[in-house]
Design a protein around this ligand. Structure first.
Ligand code: P6P
Length: 336
């Protein structure tokens, strides 16, 4: 019927036979995640007016004036997802330890890991930012949740995706049956299917990396990046350089157009020998999305989804995007 789109819930139920995830519990989890994102999107849209409005003009659940949007997004997600009745615990990029569900609130057996507002340092420049999420199931038969329950390989994710707060607000996610994009129609407050079955081009035309760090890279990393800047690559000419400095925005553009995003290890900070990006709340969810879209993701050596985490905030080098480009980058990163 003209003018009526497919909502996320309709899409999930349509694919119910393929997506065993479309159980009531999973649907509830996704519904609450979407509601949280709508609240965050509303505040992000106001961000430019903060000075005029005075802070966000929002009183958060603790009755404090909210000062920073990533703290605000974190609070919204924790508050709402604790009450969804489907989680046994959460982990956030903003919180050092796992976040338990208070005893007085209903619980389930899903685990949610998220980066509440990735790229938030760009918000004052009105650059696109996003929320990245990873959904897993508690597999241990212990009555209580421990850190060990979170340290599962990325292949254990049951769903993953991101919200992108930009010229429009989008949800892109997978339950293991392809990648689907939905765009928020603010007039009805629903995310409507806008990008069914996203497939990333096998060979891209964009490379994304912060070349300011060249002097901190090892020779293999320099050779790998130079490959995309030369005419000795699969395209026979240099790839275009595009780097926003907001992971979700860079990833989303490359997902649609084709390309490779690289955040290699560098020698800038001895405390972060494996680069800046985090395995559990950034690399693993985006790796599930990109593989479901026909792409690839490695740490320069192995598949991101095969990495067994050792710590909640473990950082990994990330090479993610078009399959042939990531395969070539990984090959070059292994050369002596
Ligand atoms: P750099 C934003 O702070 C972020 O975590 C990602 O969104 C982004 O890809 C990366 O850092 C940018 O880091 O070191 O290039 O400024």
């Amino acid at each position: 019927m003209e003018g009526v789109g497919i909502t996320v819930m309709e899409h999930l139920l349509i694919h119910q036979k393929e997506a065993p995830m479309a159980t009531g519990k999973f649907t509830r989890l996704l519904t609450e995640l979407i509601f949280s994102a709508k609240i965050i999107a509303r505040e992000v849209r106001k961000a430019g007016l903060v000075d005029i409005l005075g802070l966000t003009g929002e009183i958060n659940v603790q009755g404090e004036q909210v000062r920073k949007l990533d703290e605000y997004a974190n609070r919204i997600l924790i508050y709402r997802m604790q009450r969804a009745g489907v989680l046994c615990a959460m982990a956030s990029e903003e919180n050092a330890d796992i976040i338990e569900i208070p005893d007085n609130l209903p619980k389930g057996d899903y685990l949610l890991i998220f980066d509440p507002l990735d790229g938030s340092s760009n918000i004052d420049a009105n650059v696109n930012i996003g929320t990245i999420f990873s959904i897993r199931k508690k597999t241990s038969d212990r009555a209580y949740v421990t850190l060990e329950d979170f340290l599962q390989k990325g292949t254990e994710q049951v769903a993953a995706g991101y919200f992108l707060y930009g010229s429009s607000t989008m949800l892109v996610y997978t339950t293991g049956n392809g990648v689907h994009g939905f765009t928020l129609d603010p007039s009805v407050g629903e995310f409507l299917l806008s990008h069914p079955n996203i497939q990333i081009p096998e060979i891209g035309k964009i490379y994304s990396v912060n070349e300011a760090y060249t002097m901190y890279w090892d020779e293999r990393t320099k050779n790998t990046v130079n490959y995309f800047k030369s005419d000795k690559n699969l395209r026979g000419k240099p790839y275009s350089s595009r780097y926003i400095g907001s992971l979700v925005a860079d990833f989303h553009r490359n997902l649609l157009y084709g390309g490779i995003f690289m955040y290699p290890a560098d020698k800038r900070d001895p405390a972060k020998p494996h680069g800046k990006l985090r395995l559990l709340c950034e690399a693993a969810p985006l790796a599930m999305v990109v593989e479901q879209a026909g792409g690839a993701a490695t740490d320069g050596k192995q598949r991101i989804l095969d990495i067994k985490p050792e710590a909640l905030h473990q950082r990994v080098p990330l090479f993610i995007g078009s399959k042939k480009d990531v395969e070539k980058a990984t090959e070059l990163m292994q050369q002596g």
